[in-house]
Design a protein around this ligand. Structure first.
Ligand SMILES: Nc1ncnc2c1ncn2[C@@H]1O[C@H](COP(=O)(O)OP(=O)(O)O)[C@@H](O)[C@H]1O
Ligand SMILES: [Mg+2]
Length: 511
C-alpha cells in the first residue's frame, strides 16, 4: 500500500472575483496527521470542501492512490473513503446517537442491536466515549462532535477531515479528541485537521501545510518547526506573539456586581446569582463554554438585558456609588461604561453604515454627551489612529463603513470603543475572526487602557490568550460563577475543570 492516498496539484477555486484557492499543492498520507493552518479567510474550508465533493475546482488535479479523480458529489468523496466533519453538525436532535449514525446508511435496514454493537466496537477501538442510546438533544457539543466522527468511521472513512473541531471544546475535551486522532493514525488512517491554534498544531500534527490569502505557502515537518516560524509563514512577515502584561499599582474597586440574576423570555435562568468586582488597572477575563452566560452578563451590566435580581454598582471618582440596574443603556454609557461587543450583526452596534469612519467617531462622542470631539479635527485624528493601529482596509476615512468587509467594520467598532477611554470597558469577542496582527494590536490597546486605570473586562474564546492577557479570570459555568482565579497562577486545565463544573471539582459532570 503506498503511503500517499490523496494528492492535490495546483488546485484553483474562485467565487466570482474572489480567488479562494490559487495554486494549492497538498499531499495526504496514511498514518499521518496533517494540520492545515491559515488565518481566517485563507481558503482552508474551501479547499477541503473540494475533497468532500461540495465544490468542484476551477483548475488543477486531484489524485487518489495515484490516479486522477473527479469528486463531483459527497457520494463520490465517500466512495473514495473521504469523510469530513464540518463546523456545523448535521444531526437529528430527536434521534439517538446510533440512529444518527445509521441515518445515511444506504441499505436502510435498521437492526439496531447490530448497529449498537458495531458502534460500541468503533468506540472502544479508538477510545470514544458515547452512549449509542443517548438522544442528541441531551448531548454536549463535544458529544455531538463525537457522534459525527463515529458516523463517518462507521461508513468506512479512511481519510478524515476535521474543520476547526477544537473551537467548541474545553482543553480536556481537546486532549480526548487528540488521543482519538492518534489512535486513528496508528490504525493507518489519514487525518487532516484544520485549525488556527498553534499550540494544537505543535501538539498533535506530523506535518503542517500553510495557506495564506488563498495561496499555498508550503508544507513543513512539525518537529522541525516552531510557533514563531509557522506564524511568520501564515502571516507573511514577522509578528510578535508576546503579550505584555504590566502590573498596575494599587487597583481600586470600580464595578461591584452582586447577586446578578437574569431570566430569558422562557423564564430560564441565564445568570444565576453572579457576584464579582471589576477593578481599575486590571483586565478581568471571562471564560466559559459558549453560551454559559457571557453575553447576558455583558448585556445586563450595560442595560440591554432585563435583570431579575441583584445589583451593579459603579464607583464614582469621589467614591460615591451609582446603581446601574434599572438605568437605560444610554444612561449607563454616559456614566462611563463602554461596550465593545462584537455580535453577528456588527452594523447593529451603533455604527451608521452610510457614514465613513470619521463621522462614526463623532457619533460616539456625541452620544457620550461630552464636547471634546465637537470639532472635526479630533474624530478625524482618532479615525486615522484606528486606521493605522488596526490596519483597517478602506480607501479613506470618509468611505461608507457599510461597504467595508466584516472584519474591517469590526476593527472600527472595537477601536472606537477602546479609544473613547471609558472608565469601565467591556469587550466580548473583540478579536473573533480577525487576523493575528490585528488581534495582537487589540490586546495592546486593551492593556494601554488598563494602564490608564480603566477597569477592563475581556470575554474571550481562546484560553491561551486569556491566560496571557488578563490579570484575573472569572469562569462561568451554566450562568453561575464557577470561580475567579489569578491568571498568573493558574493553568488551562484548572480553568477547563471550572468551565464544566461549578467550583472545578475534578471529574465533575458536564450536564
Ligand atoms: N460560497 C462562497 N461564496 C463566495 N465566497 C466564498 C464562499 N466560500 C468562501 N468564500 C470566500 O473564499 C475565501 C476563503 O474562505 P474559506 O475557505 O472559508 O477560508 P477559511 O476556512 O480559511 O477561513 C474567503 O474570502 C471567503 O469569503
Ligand atoms: Mg473555515
Amino acid at each position: 500500500m503506498q503511503k500517499c492516498v490523496i494528492e492535490l496539484k495546483n488546485i484553483e477555486k474562485r467565487f466570482g472575483p474572489v480567488v479562494a484557492n490559487d495554486g494549492i499543492n497538498l499531499q495526504i498520507n496514511r498514518g499521518e496527521i496533517l494540520c492545515l493552518l491559515g488565518e481566517n479567510g485563507s481558503g482552508k474550508t474551501t479547499l477541503m470542501n473540494m475533497l468532500s465533493g461540495i465544490y468542484q475546482p476551477d483548475g488543477g488535479e486531484i489524485y487518489a492512490d495515484g490516479k486522477p479523480v473527479a469528486i463531483r458529489s459527497p457520494k463520490d468523496a465517500f466512495d473514495l473513503n473521504i469523510g469530513m466533519i464540518h463546523q456545523h453538525y448535521h444531526l437529528v436532535d430527536v434521534f439517538t446517537a446510533a440512529q444518527n449514525i445509521v441515518l445515511l446508511d444506504e441499505d436502510g435496514k435498521m437492526d439496531m442491536s447490530a448497529v449498537n454493537s458495531r458502534v460500541s466496537e468503533i468506540c472502544s477501538k479508538y477510545g470514544f466515549d458515547i452512549d449509542p442510546k443517548m438522544k442528541v438533544y441531551d448531548m454536549s457539543v463535544s458529544q455531538k462532535q463525537t457522534v459525527e466522527i463515529v458516523k463517518i468511521l462507521y461508513r468506512g472513512a479512511e481519510i478524515l477531515i476535521l474543520d476547526e473541531p477544537t473551537a467548541v471544546l474545553t482543553p480536556q475535551e481537546t486532549d480526548k479528541l487528540f488521543a482519538v486522532l492518534r489512535n486513528m493514525k496508528k490504525d493507518n488512517k489519514a487525518i487532516i485537521l484544520i485549525t488556527h491554534k498553534l499550540a494544537e498544531v505543535m501538539d498533535v500534527s506530523d506535518k503542517v501545510a500553510i495557506l495564506r490569502k488563498g495561496k499555498y505557502v508550503g508544507t513543513v515537518i512539525t518537529r522541525e518547526s516552531d510557533p514563531q516560524k509557522l506564524t511568520d509563514m501564515m502571516v507573511g512577515r514577522t509578528v510578535s506573539l508576546n503579550i505584555n502584561r504590566p502590573e498596575y499599582q494599587n487597583p481600586q474597586d470600580k464595578l461591584i456586581v452582586e447577586g446578578l440574576t437574569c431570566l430569558n423570555y422562557e423564564g430560564v435562568k441565564k445568570l444565576d446569582n453572579v457576584s464579582f468586582t471589576a477593578k481599575t488597572g486590571e483586565i478581568l477575563g471571562v471564560a466559559g463554554i459558549a453560551g454559559s452566560g457571557q453575553k447576558e452578563l455583558l448585556e445586563s451590566i450595560t442595560g440591554l438585558y432585563p435583570v431579575k435580581a441583584g445589583s451593579v454598582r459603579f464607583i464614582n471618582e469621589d467614591k460615591s456609588e451609582t446603581e446601574l440596574v434599572g438605568k437605560t443603556p444610554g444612561e449607563i454609557r454616559k456614566i462611563g461604561v463602554g461596550m465593545g461587543f462584537v455580535p453577528e450583526d456588527r452594523l447593529g452596534m451603533g455604527l451608521v453604515g452610510s457614514m465613513g469612519m470619521t463621522n462614526n467617531m463623532m457619533l460616539r462622542s456625541w452620544r457620550k454627551g461630552k464636547g471634546i470631539f465637537f470639532n472635526r479635527k479630533n474624530p478625524e485624528k482618532l479615525a486615522r489612529k484606528i486606521w493605522d493601529d488596526l490596519e483597517v482596509v478602506t480607501p479613506s476615512t470618509t468611505f461608507p463603513v457599510r461597504r467595508m468587509s466584516g472584519g474591517n467594520i469590526q476593527k472600527v467598532l472595537v477601536g472606537r470603543e477602546i479609544a473613547s477611554n471609558p472608565p469601565v470597558l467591556l469587550t466580548a469577542y473583540a478579536v473573533r475572526g480577525l487576523d493575528i496582527n490585528t488581534s495582537y494590536a487589540i490586546y495592546n490597546l486593551l492593556t494601554d487602557q488598563k494602564m490608564k486605570g480603566a477597569a477592563v473586562m475581556y470575554i474571550g474564546e481562546e484560553l491561551d490568550v486569556l491566560l496571557e492577557l488578563c490579570d484575573r479570570i472569572l469562569v462561568l459555568c451554566g450562568g453561575k460563577v464557577s470561580g475567579i482565579v489569578d491568571a498568573r497562577n493558574t493553568t488551562k486545565e484548572e480553568i477547563g475543570f471550572m468551565m464544566t463544573s461549578v467550583g472545578g471539582i475534578k471529574g465533575g459532570d458536564r450536564k
